[in-house]
Design a protein around this ligand. Structure first.
Ligand code: GDP
Length: 643
């Protein structure tokens, strides 16, 4: 609900805005310069040999592209069509496509290397984008920031229990208030300092973020159960931390258990180069019981000590940069995202861009459930106000205006659309190329069944359908009704969804209709396999059979119109027949093809004219037949391929 600000608050806000303006005036100036350069570049249409040089962005809408070329949109759309690209005015096309079209139209094309181009390039590599943004912080402007910790380890070794125990330390410190929310991260106050913990379940989110190249944590706590020792996921976690070049603090958990064997754990860890300090190594290790909440305080001390050696700093006086660690669609707030602030300070009302999403920060909620107005470096905060749900690992940046944020997000969105269109095109093209080459055609299927027994039986039957020319590929299978994500997956993979002994809910049906996904329902396995076989035979390339019926040598041309001719000649072999394809040869080369709908011997129309006789024919086609050309009368039949 928009509210009026009191005069005093408005004044304060104005001052804040001005302060921030001054702090970022360097950046704003740079931006203005680059925008100015861009404008100049756009205007600089050099005329060389009559051709106009134009710089184009990595991606653009068809409409924008037409505007840049000063041509009507319809002209561009039809040029695109000629090149096999079907795109409407608001659809996105990539640089390569634009370059081909503009090149055909006589323009000399260059890639525009302005700010949004760099942003698009950064799309490919979030880590380098984050590193670049963070490298703008000068040490003189920076201040120490809290460490960000992730807890990793084998399943059931006590990660969740430890995160709960650590969180409770905070409660004991009197930080409670509001309703504690699980927003994917929380902060603990320990000895007057803050420590941020990522409490994303398991390390799935951590892996996702790493896969996207973002470095979200400073220190890893490796939980190893004292009764179980080093396990496969322990080793995986060690590799993750090493790849991310972050220090590891070991928490040997469950020391309360009688079967706990701390020395065994330490020696197993040593085999992976994690050697405890008391054995002459460098790895700090804490013995804890998450269940009994013992040793947790010592662990916090060790974390702070490790963090001090890392010299973690950030500049709170700049426009914020953050990493999304979780995001979803809230029924009341719309898209919400938990963002970990990497540097700068995020404020309510800030215009932000996160990948293809943008907006103004509307609500900011701290992990303790309280609303806040500012979030400083290393603070996790849940924000609303974005127009789309971003993905974990995406980088949030604050812009000087909402317009700029919207502009950049649109560019990213267009880029992604163009990329997915490109991928679709490649997928389809590959498939048709394979079929054309006589390679295997593949029918992709998603199978949903009521019980596991039926599912296994269906999978078996489908895998038995084999032929040299077609194959079934089950891309996903599961128990239970078809849901939205099955349909979306089918749409993306161009697959068919088949269900067994299941109804399909109306919303899903509607979505399938919208996405052009076919859902086939069955109650008898035999019907299912029969149908799939039929579908496959439909997918198979039909065999085209040509039969040469006769040959004619052209002696005279009687009539020529735009699309037809009347020609006469001698039938040299076989018989020249009406309603056949006519192939035209000149000096041994094929010069084109048409058809004939009537032939006559002398002046008498007939079905065919035999060898040794003179034949007149009505030829339909654009090829211009000349005297002495050789014509073949060919019957073409199509034979449907069966499995
Ligand atoms: P995660 O899978 O690593 O998150 O492990 P959890 O935190 O879910 O713990 C797995 C099981 O170990 C649960 O039954 C916990 O109660 C138990 N557990 C966790 N920490 C301790 C501990 O310090 N001592 C004992 N005895 N049990 C623990």
């Amino acid at each position: 609900m928009p509210q009026k600000l009191s005069a005093q608050r408005t004044g304060k806000r104005q001052k804040k805005r001005e302060d921030r303006k001054t702090a970022h005036s360097g950046m704003a100036q740079k931006k203005e310069n680059s925008q100015e350069r861009r404008r100049q570049k756009e205007q600089k249409t050099i005329v060389a040999n009559g051709a106009i040089e134009i710089s184009l962005p990595p991606v653009s809408s068809v409409g924008e592209f037409a505007r840049k070329l000063s041509l009507p949109v319809t002209a561009i759309i039809s040029e695109l069509l000629k090149n096999g690209v079907v795109a409407a005015i608001n659809e996105s096309i990539d640089f390569d496509t634009m370059a081909i079209i503009a090149g055909d139209l006589g323009f000399i094309v260059k890639l525009d290397e302005s700010e949004e181009s760099l942003l698009i390039a950064a799309e490919k590599d979030e880590r380098s984008m984050l590193e670049k943004l963070l490298s703008e912080d000068k040490k003189s402007d920076s201040q120490p920031r809290p460490p960000i910790i992730s807890v990793m380890g084998h399943v059931d070794h006590g990660k969740t229990s430890l995160l709960d125990a650590l969180r409770e330390t905070n409660v004991a410190a009197g930080e409670a208030g509001g309703i504690t929310q699980h927003i994917g991260a929380y902060q603990v106050d320990w000895k007057g300092r803050k420590i941020t913990f990522l409490d994303t379940p398991g390390h799935a989110a951590f892996t996702v973020m790493r896969a996207r190249g973002a470095k979200a944590t400073d220190i890893a706590i490796l939980v190893v159960a004292a009764n179980d020792g080093v396990k496969p996921q322990t080793i995986e976690a060690i590799h993750h931390a090493r790849d991310a070049k972050i220090p590891i603090v070991v928490a040997i958990n469950k020391v309360d258990l009688p079967e706990a064997d701390i020395n065994k754990v330490k020696s197993e860890l040593s085999e992976h180069d994690l050697i405890p300090e008391e054995w002459g190594g460098k790895t700090v290790m804490a013995e804890v019981s998450a269940k009994q909440k013992k040793g947790v305080e010592n662990l916090l001390d060790l974390v702070l000590l490790t963090s001090d050696m890392e010299d973690l700093r950030a500049n709170p006086d700049r426009l914020a940069v953050g990493t999304v660690i979780e995001a979803d669609l809230d029924s009341k707030l719309g898209p919400v995202a938990t963002v970990l602030i990497n540097t700068g300070t995020l404020r309510r009302g800030d215009p932000v861009v996160v990948g293809a999403a943008c907006g103004r920060v509307r609500l900011m909620i701290a992990p303790n459930g309280k609303q806040i107005k500012e979030a400083s470096p290393s603070t996790p905060v849940r924000i609303s106000g974005l127009d789309l749900v971003p993905a974990a690992g995406e980088i949030l940046t604050v812009k000087t205006s909402e317009k700029e944020a919207k502009f950049l997000a649109t560019k990213v969105r267009q880029h992604r659309e163009a990329r997915s269109m490109e991928q679709k095109k490649i997928g389809l093209a590959k498939l048709s190329a394979k079929i054309a080459k006589g390679d295997v055609a593949v029918l992709k299927i998603i199978v949903k069944a009521d019980v596991d027994g039926s599912l296994q039986a269906i999978k078996q039957c489908l895998s038995d359908i084999k032929s040299e020319k077609a194959a079934v590929q089950i891309i996903h299978s599961g128990i239970g009704q078809v849901n939205e994500s099955d349909v979306m997956m089918a749409a993306a993979a161009e697959a068919v969804v088949i269900t067994f002994h299941l109804g399909v809910n109306n919303d899903v049906k509607k979505l399938a209709l919208r996405e052009g996904v076919e859902i086939k329902q069955y109650d008898v396995i035999y019907h299912l396999t029969e149908d799939i076989e039929k579908t496959l035979s439909g997918m198979l390339q039909n065999e085209v059979i040509e039969e040469i019926l006769g040959e004619l040598k052209v002696k005279a041309i009687f009539m020529t119109s735009a699309k037809a001719m009347i020609v006469g000649g001698d039938v040299k072999s076989g018989k020249f027949t009406k309603d056949t394809v006519v192939r035209v040869y000149r000096d041994g080369e094929i010069i084109g093809e048409g058809k004939t709908d009537s032939v006559q011997e002398g002046k008498v129309p007939c079905d065919s004219v035999e060898e040794g006789h003179e034949c007149g024919l009505h030829f339909i086609g654009k090829v211009r037949i000349q005297e002495k050309d050789r014509l073949l009368s060919i019957r073409v039949t199509v034979r449907k391929q069966e499995l």
